[in-house]
Ligand binder design. Structure first.
Ligand code: GSH
Length: 212
């Protein structure tokens, strides 16, 4: 059994944040596929594992963690990589991770679910989410036009958190090279690191059955 075990599935940008951190830091980790699209996170067994019914969940020795930001914070401490060098910097990193969880990943992830995975069409919800998502991209882009990284003048877990959904560009229906070149430059810089893999290569569950 690997040292770290991650409950994940390939379409989850939130799980990808943890998987990417584990891979970039060379951790000995294994994946446990969660059959999200067939309702596994709604089962009583899964709710015992995570009362919030969400992916990712990380197991490490006798520690069980949920929430990607907390998992990244823990892994930064465990590995000594992509973390902070002062308490002020830690707060700055957390500030971006809270923003990512609320404004960037959640609107992008929900919009993508409606656009690509949902059987029902909901144009009103999609328009609302797309507007919020595009506002978040404008904020991210403005920051990255002035800074190479989100916090601390070097790559940190804030960057690993915020990039989580943005490698699924074709499914989101955006082309950052065209619309937000500063975001594309930053995504390319992360993707050039040793060990980087696209979420569909790093985690199990792609392609979805019937979508081969
Ligand atoms: N803030 C959480 C969000 C986790 C999340 O929403 N995960 C999705 C999969 S990408 C999920 O499991 N959703 C199930 C649900 O919300 O019921 C994190 O960053 O870990």
């Amino acid at each position: 059994m690997a040292e770290y075990n991650l409950y994940c599935f390939a379409q989850s940008g939130n799980a990808y944040k943890a998987a990417l951190m584990l891979e970039l830091t060379g951790c000995d980790w294994g994946s446990r596929f969660v059959d999200f699209f067939n309702g596994e996170t709604r089962t009583p067994e899964y709710r015992k594992l995570n009362v919030m019914g969400e992916v990712p969940v990380l197991l490490h020795r006798d520690v069980r963690l949920t929430q990607s930001a907390i998992i990244l914070d823990y892994l930064a401490e465990q590995t000594g990589r992509y973390g902070w060098s002062s308490e002020d910097e830690r707060r700055d990193i957390q500030r971006w991770m809270f923003w990512d969880n609320h404004k960037l990943s959640s609107y992008t992830g929900t919009y993508r679910v409606l656009r690509v995975f949902s059987k029902e069409s909901n144009p009103g919800a999609m328009e609302l989410l797309k507007g919020r998502m595009m506002n978040a991209y404008a904020i991210l882009s403005a920051h990255l036009a002035e800074n190479d990284w989100l916090a601390g003048n070097r790559m940190t877990i804030a960057d690993i958190s915020a990039c989580g959904y943005l490698y699924y560009q074709d499914e989101i229906g955006v082309d950052f090279a065209e619309t937000h070149p500063a975001i594309q430059r930053w995504l390319d810089a992360i993707a050039s690191l040793d060990g980087w893999q696209h979420p569909y290569d790093l985690m199990p569950g792609h392609p979805l059955p019937g979508k081969g």
